[in-house]
Design a protein around this ligand. Structure first.
Ligand code: ACO
Ligand code: ZN
Length: 161
């Protein structure tokens, strides 16, 4: 049996954004206009990553870094690495791709943009994603009532960098 990794994770390019938007539409109800993806790629290129399998983009992570009170230490103001959107195509799941996208994006937010913590919002019903984030050391900090357009609540999850 081959132990070789079947995917590569790399920084996204402008010409990946079509595939990224298609994956986003297919996998999440939270969709954004193309300028929103382009803006994040432009502002935080080191923390916008894609995963490729057999030359095809099968997953992405898009982030930004904000300056505000830290969720992990509310008395302090600091740089917060916000994981804005993460998705992997159904046929490419359970191979560790999202874990690798998260690890690499967190590294990039810390090393390139000075992030002192990471945070994200996730639907309270999204067990696969919640489990992934818990494995990576994230904890639910609070519930954001009716955060989503359809009325579902979000957990705000965070961890120190
Ligand atoms: N059921 C239970 N646990 C799961 C599942 C699942 N279906 N999928 C992942 N996990 C947990 C497991 O603990 C898994 O480890 P294991 O495979 O050793 O058991 C761990 O997460 C890591 O899994 P990965 O293989 O790294 O995750 P994957 O590449 O499959 O992607 C993801 C996970 C991103 C949640 C994927 O299912 C997906 O794209 N879902 C739809 C989009 C989505 O929900 N995105 C997150 C929204 S929140 C946000 O964007 C901030
Ligand atoms: Zn968010």
């Amino acid at each position: 049996m081959s132990e070789e990794k079947e995917y590569v994770v790399r920084e996204a390019r402008e010409d990946d954004l079509g595939a990224v938007m298609w994956i986003n539409k297919r996998t999440l109800p939270e969709n954004y206009p193309s300028f929103y993806f382009r803006l994040h790629l432009h502002n935080f290129p080191k923390a916008f990553l894609v995963a490729e399998m057999n030359g095809k983009v099968v997953g992405y992570i898009m982030c930004r870094v904000e300056y505000d009170n830290l969720y992990t230490n509310p008395e302090r103001v600091g740089r917060k690495g916000h994981i804005v959107s993460l998705a992997v195509l159904p046929e490419a799941r359970r191979r560790g791709i999202a874990t690798e996208l998260m690890r690499r994006a967190m590294e990039a937010m810390k090393n390139h943009y000075g992030a002192e913590e990471y945070y994200l919002e996730v639907r309270v019903s999204n067990e696969p994603a919640i489990r992934l984030y818990k494995k990576l050391g994230f904890k639910a900090v609070k519930v954001l009532p009716r955060y989503y357009g359809d009325g579902e609540d979000a957990y705000l999850m965070a961890r120190p960098a």
